[in-house]
Ligand binder design. Structure first.
Ligand code: MG
Length: 295
């Protein structure tokens, strides 16, 4: 089994900087989305650092769990060493292909979805205030779309010296379509709209573009990142995978994140945009984060 991937990241219509990052390694056996938070440059540094360390760790043969632990350490230590980065953190949702199984590591409110037979299923559980409220029956999904707490997360990578993350597996079938995305998509459009786009755009590049466009049409209040991965049997042309991932690099414009084919770990994976907007109105407030106190 292999993955054929199209990935996009977009600043949205409100923010001046993009704190999201994504990863598609050359053979598309590892894909990830990270959504950074933290003042000034912190968010960009956190998401880019997590992606780099994840890529390097898995590239060395580490398990996804070990690589996420290492990513947490790296972000946490970087924040401790630089007062300008203090308090930064990031979500991370990563999928590593192992035969016909996708091993997913996940912390925060970025998401992995599986589209199979026209049905869309959210594979990951959000570590968010809203998810807890919905689970408790205190909020409907429609209410969640406009709730001011919709960007508050309860867990993130890099804010503490250890991180509590989920590892889950999905058995893949040819024809499945995976979506990894940041909350800039899912706070803007509903799951049924995502499903509609994924099912009506057979071309994954068109699907990725349409998802970003839909989030922007709905307001684009946050950075939007989508990784659309089609699951193919190994008799499909394998080199198409690398070509497809590379195409995203070639197409990446200024400030857009893209996979880096250079193995130099000191070379930043992701180019950051300008620093975050200084002040935004209540309707367009930057992502607010809320942390559950740890005992
Ligand atoms: Mg976000």
């Amino acid at each position: 089994m292999h993955l054929l991937v199209a990935a996009r990241t977009d600043v949205g219509r409100i923010r001046s900087g993009n704190e999201d990052a994504f990863l598609v390694v050359d053979d598309a056996t590892l894909v990830a989305v990270a959504d950074g938070m933290g003042g000034h440059q912190g968010g960009e540094v956190a998401s880019a650092t997590a992606i780099e360390v994840l890529r390097d760790g898995v590239g060395r043969g580490d398990t996804i769990a070990d690589a996420i632990t290492a990513a947490n350490d790296a972000v946490y230590e970087k924040a401790a060493q630089d007062i300008g980065l203090r308090g930064m953190g990031t979500t991370l949702t990563a999928g590593r292909l192992d035969g016909s199984t996708l091993v997913i590591g996940h912390v925060g409110d970025s998401r992995a979805y599986l589209l199979r037979g026209g049905d869309l299923r959210q594979v990951t559980a959000d570590h968010s205030v809203i998810a807890e409220l919905i689970a408790a029956g205190a909020l409907t999904e429609d209410e969640a779309l406009v709730d001011p707490r919709r960007s508050m997360i309860t867990r993130a990578l890099g804010i503490d010296d250890s991180v509590d993350f989920d590892v889950l597996t999905v058995d893949l079938d040819p024809g499945d379509r995976l979506l990894l995305c940041s909350d800039g998509l899912t706070t803007m459009i509903r799951d049924d709209a995502i499903r509609e786009i994924l099912t009506t755009h057979a071309d994954r590049d068109d699907a990725a573009d349409a998802l970003v466009a839909a989030a922007n049409d709905a307001g684009g209040a946050d950075n939007i990142t989508v990784v659309v991965a089609d699951v193919a049997a190994d008799d499909a042309p394998a080199d198409e995978v690398a070509d497809d991932a590379q195409a995203e690099v070639d197409e990446a414009g200024p400030g857009e994140a893209g996979p880096d084919s250079d193995d130099d770990p000191t070379d930043p994976e992701i180019e950051g945009l300008a620093e975050a907007a200084a002040s935004l109105g209540a309707e367009t407030a930057p992502k607010r984060r809320w942390w559950r106190r740890r005992s």
